[in-house]
Write a protein that binds this ligand. Structure first.
Ligand code: FEO
Ligand code: CA
Ligand code: CA
Ligand code: CA
Length: 688
């Protein structure tokens, strides 16, 4: 590689102090602008958002709870891609879930029908469903240095909701487990849900990832079958392992639809036929297998059908991040499965990268080329700082019908039940793998491990895991308000370097870039990275690398770390930090002793102390999570999302007024999740 990268010595901003204000705070010299709020109209003729619970038609408005997000540059007019355009583009934005307490005029309604059955009203639930999914929205800047705004009536604007038709692609397409009332041949499905993190695919498409989809389904605990006869016992085990329970998150399956042929509500009841009161002919037991995938969307073509990429496995997908794309080398795509004691994965394409595919005429066909054939691997971290990628391939390493833990019937079965295959292979259970990010200069992969209340010194139940080298802490974090968080209370960021720095490798070395902690915590066993008041954090989640070039011609990879709730909310709202990364192995190994759930020791591999190379850049408003990060190519405009401000309140007890409060810190209205854009007042690169 010919790119010469020189890291500036310091991050050129003053760290933002921890605070609990109802404002997005950034360093002096920077400006925050609110760009795209929950409920904002994206088509002509849609009424302005009243924000009093009377609004409808979320299929033509911004959805709720913005999360992962990518910027796709556009040429000066039309829908031609131009990744280098820093003033006009499309933002593809996930709407992970909803805050029902602010969505309706009053509290969400449940009524009891004549048969004594609790029912949600159709109109409320339709709003809730349509507020999920993805936005694609045109954004433009007035001149090179003016204000950003979204274009409310752009022909390129689009919502993908849980009702949007999608196509399956890859090895599980057409498998019996995907056959539903909606698709008798198992080749199509409806929509996407709980879209958490994301990825910008190297050929110009957006990838959105289905995380906590399991919670949208209800399934009677007495159900002993799935819809297809094959592999019933294991598929039922799988539903439980993936978290499909007897009650759904919002009760959508309880709607008695006005149109009895509509299945958009009853589909969330994944029980046997008789339980589907709203449609006695339907059987939705397979619906949960149609979620848990990475979904590719062509952002430049609003009429295109999203494709679910089954070769990348089924899990609580957090995000998907491409490794370095090198001509002639098979690319890798790194993914976390966000559950306590779940795994980190990578997919290696069967097809070596061709640079001509960076600007293809048919992006989804290019996705077929790289994402439908290849090998999914799961990570095993060894105590000596090495690791292996274990292949999830039917017929290899015991992943077959004779497996004593779970029998596997086919490659489709392995992919759809990736968690079970990871168990069978002995993958390393991690402290909730969230986002993945790749250093564009050296290819090292970083993954946030947000926290784990089920980590112990010595595990004493099947849901717990004992500390190990890759997850070495279990302790009590005591809040200033008297509450406590336990286990790995504050999370950490693990990073790995592939053997030969190649995406194709099946072995790696690893260490921990930073351990989250209060700066005041025990330096020997908790605050292992020596965080201080300028960079202490808890519960890392959003993670992304940029590679901006400053005015002096210096290009530097910058690591953006965002936080989600977690243990530190007694002191500060959630935040975003910017770091200048080191390298795997640049630190030390230390023996760490647990102080919660039994006393044990682990060898922690601690990266070089971040010190002044990691600083707090932003603090969000009350009760929010900061998540989603993308940038224009020049690094001069960065976009981030504020998710669930005021999440502890509701319509009757409003606990944040953001973004209305952004100017003064106060307000009267209901809070709204929103995308904000951050620019430097001198027009320079953010962070440098
Ligand atoms: Fe949606 Fe794992 O955060
Ligand atoms: Ca997340
Ligand atoms: Ca999270
Ligand atoms: Ca959250």
């Amino acid at each position: 590689r010919s790119t010469v990268v020189v890291s500036p010595a310091t991050l050129a901003f003053a760290a933002v102090a921890k605070n609990k204000n109802d404002i997005v705070t950034v360093p002096s010299g920077y400006t925050v602008s609110v760009l795209y709020r929950a409920g904002d109209p994206i088509a002509s003729g849609v009424a302005a958002f009243a924000n009093d619970g009377t609004d409808t038609n979320y299929a033509q408005r911004a959805g709720d709870n913005h999360d992962g997000m990518s910027y796709f540059g556009l040429a000066a007019s039309g829908n031609t891609p131009d990744a280098s355009n820093n003033t006009r583009g499309l933002l593809a934005i996930n709407h992970e879930y909803i805050n029902p307490g602010y969505m309706h005029v009053g509290a969400p309604t449940t009524t009891t029908d004549a048969n004594g059955v609790a029912r949600r009203p159709e109109a409320e639930v339709l709003k809730e469903i349509e507020a999920h999914g993805v936005s694609v929205v045109e954004v433009a800047r007035a001149g090179n240095t003016g204000a950003w705004s979204y274009v409310p009536n752009s022909a390129l604007n689009r919502r993908v909701t849980p009702n949007t038709p999608v196509a399956f692609s890859g090895p599980v397409k057409g498998d019996a487990m995907l056959r539903t009332v909606y698709s008798k041949d198992g080749t199509t499905g409806r929509g996407t849900i709980n879209n958490c993190a994301n990825g910008a695919l190297p050929w110009g498409d957006y990838a959105t990832c289905e995380e906590n989809w399991a919670g949208y389904f209800a399934r009677a605990s007495t159900d002993a079958s799935v819809r297809t006869a094959t592999g019933n016992a294991k598929q039922v085990t799988s539903l439980s392992r993936y978290g499909v329970g007897t009650n759904s998150r919002y009760g959508w399956q309880t709607v008695a639809a006005t149109d009895p042929t509509s299945t958009i509500f009853s589909r969330w009841n994944a029980s046997a036929v008789a339980a589907n009161a709203a449609d006695g002919t339907a059987d939705f037991r397979n619906e949960p297998f149609t979620f848990g995938w990475v979904v590719e969307i062509d952002p430049y073509n609003p009429a295109s059908t999203p494709r679910k990429r089954t070769a990348l496995g089924r899990m609580a997908h957090e995000g998907v991040m491409a490794g370095r794309m090198v001509a002639g080398v098979k690319p890798a795509f790194y993914m976390g499965d966000d559950g306590r004691n779940e795994y980190i994965y990578k997919f290696v394409s069967a097809t070596a990268w061709s640079t001509a595919d960076a600007t293809p005429t048919d992006r989804l066909a290019t996705g077929d080329k790289y994402l439908d054939t290849g090998t999914l691997y799961v990570a095993k971290f060894n105590a000596d700082g090495t690791g292996q990628w274990l292949p999830l391939v039917f017929g290899q390493n015991g992943l077959d019908a004779n497996n004593t833990r779970y029998p596997f019937a086919s490659q489709a079965d392995v992919l759809a039940n990736a968690r079970l295959a990871g168990d069978a292979l002995g993958a390393t259970p991690m402290d909730r793998p969230e986002w993945t990010a790749v250093n564009p200069v050296n290819g090292e992969m970083y993954c946030t491990l947000t926290n784990n209340s089920n980590r112990r010194g010595v595990a004493s139940s099947s849901s717990q895991r004992s500390i190990d080298a890759a997850n070495p802490r279990s302790y009590v974090d005591t809040r200033t308000d008297g509450g406590t968080s336990t286990g790995n209370a504050n999370g950490h960021v693990v990073r790995l370097r592939e053997a030969n720095d190649s995406t194709e490798s099946t072995s790696f070395t690893w260490d921990v870039y930073a351990f989250g902690a209060r700066s005041t915590a025990d330096a020997n066993n908790v605050n292992l990275s020596g965080l201080d008041d300028t960079n202490d954090f808890s519960s890392p989640d959003g993670l992304w690398f940029g590679l901006p070039t400053n005015a002096g011609g210096q290009a530097s990879p910058l690591l953006f770390v965002q936080t989600d709730d977690g243990a530190y909310t007694d002191v500060t709202n959630c935040m975003m930090l910017i770091g200048m990364p080191g390298r795997v192995g640049d630190g030390t190994t230390r023996t760490v002793t647990s102080s919660f759930g039994g006393t044990a020791t682990a060898t922690a591999r601690v990266g070089a102390a971040p010190g002044a190379k990691l600083k707090r850049f932003l603090v969000g408003p009350k009760e929010c999570e900061i998540t989603g990060i993308t940038s224009t190519a020049d690094g001069r405009s960065i976009f981030i999302n504020v998710q669930h401000p005021g999440e502890d309140g509701d319509y009757a007890n409003i606990t944040s007024h953001w973004p209305q409060s952004q100017a003064t810190g106060t307000g009267t209205g209901r809070p709204r999740a929103a995308t904000v854009v951050i620019t430097k007042n001198d027009g320079g690169v953010v962070g440098l």
